[in-house]
Write a protein that binds this ligand. Sequence first.
Ligand SMILES: *Cc1c(COP(=O)(O)O)cnc(C)c1O
Length: 384
Amino acid sequence: MQQAIPYGKQFISEEDIRAVTETLKSDFLTQGPKINEFEEKFAAYIGCDYAVAVANGTAALHLSALALNVNSQSKVITTPITFAASANCVRYCGGEAVFVDIDASTALIDINKIKALLNASPKGTYEGIIPVDFAGLPVNLEALHQLANEYGLWIIEDACHAPGGYFIDSKGVKQNCGNGVYADLAIFSFHPVKHIACGEGGMITTNNKALYESLLLLRTHGITKDHSLLHENHGGWYYEMQELGYNYRLSDINAALGISQLKRADEGLEKRKAIAKKYDEAFANSSIKIIKPAEGFNHAYHLYVIQVEDRKGLYDHLRRHNIFAQVHYIPIPMQPYYKQLGYNAEHYPNANDYYEKCLSIPMYPTLTGQEQNFVIQTILEFNK
Ligand SMILES: *Cc1c(COP(=O)(O)O)cnc(C)c1O
């Protein structure tokens, strides 16, 4: 029997192991020099001014919502086709998540539908938008930014799927996902199935200094020792808790792994693109539907999603051949927690249709040519 092939998988090198071991022998296990180093290198990779390392992607979303003052009066727009955390962060702050259906041609939130919603509501009804670069396909943040500005909304870009993805804007400038040019904040996850693995880890990126400083405070209990920020000073031991923050720190152990992984980020991205190209070609003359990026949009391929009529049939067929495909995602309004809040999944027909058909097939840098051939052959023998 063929070894199990998952839909996604981390790659830990000997160099990664050495980096972590060195940190274990150092003086700092948390909030030491590796945090700054990881933040600086990640900011340089993405091309933004500031980066704040945090415990995971969900903590990154929660802190971002807090920094933008999401509260019980807030209504925030997001997509139904994403991981639950993209909407949950609004709920953590007591706000209301408002889902806007996806565009069937991209599986990303439909900007025209956001526009229609904003047009139909008194100004000030909505505070912000959390778009998601789903599967690794960049959202058209330039268009979204223009709309958000018109209505006074902020943007948190959930770029968990898209480190290394980019689009070319109307001025011909390359805009990396998470670079903060068209969004107030962007967030990333370093969960093992994502591009860069820390075990657990997350990052918030921004070009906004005030938000950056607020995030630093919120990450460690709202406590500061920074002399320039203190209200009083009783001596060397003195610190102040100025806000209600959290312990959302990343450890130096995780950061050391992240720094080491970041060195191979471009290499991993190229492998993902090569795998995607081979799938594209293999399915070109079949009934399998795939989403191709529009001109100027550079996909980061966290996921490779196909759409088929008999999704459950294909999923079970692959399982029988030890190929573990996955479904991304069950529309959030369909989840029992959101249902009991009064959400009705029927209001998002494109998301529902997508959910009926979508399947994420194996996509990770260490997938071998032979394994990919086997995946393609197994899919095509079920789904011509
Ligand atoms: C993984 C993921 C998150 C959450 O990240 P964690 O590090 O697992 O907390 C949020 N949004 C999206 C789109 C994700 O894929």
